[in-house]
Design a protein around this ligand. Structure first.
Ligand SMILES: NC(=O)c1ccc[n+]([C@@H]2O[C@H](COP(=O)([O-])OP(=O)(O)OC[C@H]3O[C@@H](n4cnc5c(N)ncnc54)[C@H](OP(=O)(O)O)[C@@H]3O)[C@@H](O)[C@H]2O)c1
Length: 244
């Protein structure tokens, strides 16, 4: 009989949290130990092994820190953590011996889209991102778009640097990568990375058409977060055995 992981879901009554609760309940080696919603004490997580955080950009950092203080490993899906937040979380995780995995996107196809975009970027002059989400998404640009821009800028040397163009219609500028955010009913999570070079464009596109697309990645993260070598890991790709 394999060990059973006891899982507490934070943001359990939201769109993603409810989907995670259903996915955990369907697995024999996982126990849905606690559901935490807005206003609930995180004390109900005491005794769990892993917290899964899908609340809001405003509340995610405090919930992660409180989960670490209770000795849990943490899988973070909510977006909105800044580089300074990540540094703080890493320091607290180091001190507590717990592990944290932050994944801006748990869909395997989206991880591959980011990977392919980073591989293609050094071969093109211009890269722009168009992301589309449902109209109730709180943050813009999306965490996936920001992560994609960061990976593109790591991959191309020298980095292009920010553009001087202040025209708002040209989107926001992340180190020279323009990001355009659409918020539309009927959407879940969609992203195109469009690369332009002399006489050609390359478009890499991913669509999550249903929130079930995120669940295999979330379940993988729950099962593997405790074995990660570092206190803080950013990106599901570290669990996917992708050759570097
Ligand atoms: N990593 C990924 O693959 C991925 C995929 C999709 C979405 N996301 C991100 O996941 C997050 C949640 O998205 P969603 O669409 O599920 O949003 P949502 O439907 O608004 O769910 C968020 C839930 O968190 C609750 N909440 C608010 N404050 C809380 C607190 N302090 N403690 C616990 N729960 C609290 C909200 O309650 P109220 O309704 O009462 O405010 C709501 O039920 C967002 O940051 C989104 O960008 C990530």
């Amino acid at each position: 009989m394999p060990p059973v992981f006891r899982v507490g879901v934070i943001g359990a009554y939201g769109r993603m949290g409810a989907e995670v609760c259903r996915a955990v309940e369907a697995e024999d080696d996982l126990e849905l130990f606690a559901r935490v919603g807005r206003g609930d004490s995180l004390d109900s997580l005491s005794g769990a092994d892993i917290a899964v955080e899908f609340s809001t950009p405003e509340t995610v950092k405090e919930n992660v820190l409180q989960s670490l203080q209770r000795g849990l490993d943490v899988v973070v899906g909510a977006t909105g953590l800044t580089p300074a937040d990540l540094t703080e979380i890493e320091a607290v995780a180091s001190g507590s011996g717990s592990k944290v995995l932050v994944a801006p996107n748990f869909a395997v196809g989206a991880v591959l889209m980011m990977r392919f975009a980073a591989a293609a970027a050094p071969h093109f002059d211009v890269v722009e991102i168009v992301e589309r989400h449902h109209e109730r998404k709180l943050d813009a640009p999306s965490g996936t778009a920001l992560r994609t821009a960061a990976l593109i800028n790591e991959a191309r040397f020298p980095a292009q640097g920010s553009s001087e163009d202040e025209n708002a219609a040209r989107g926001t500028d992340e180190g020279g990568v323009r990001i355009h955010s659409l918020r539309l009913p009927g959407s879940v999570a969609h992203q195109e990375v469009v690369l332009g070079g002399r006489g050609q464009t390359l478009t890499i596109r991913h669509d999550s058409i249903d929130r079930s697309s995120f669940m295999p990645g979330v379940l993988l993260a729950i099962r593997r977060v405790g074995d990660l070598p570092d206190p803080l890991t950013v990106g599901l790709e570290h669990l996917l055995d992708l050759a570097s």
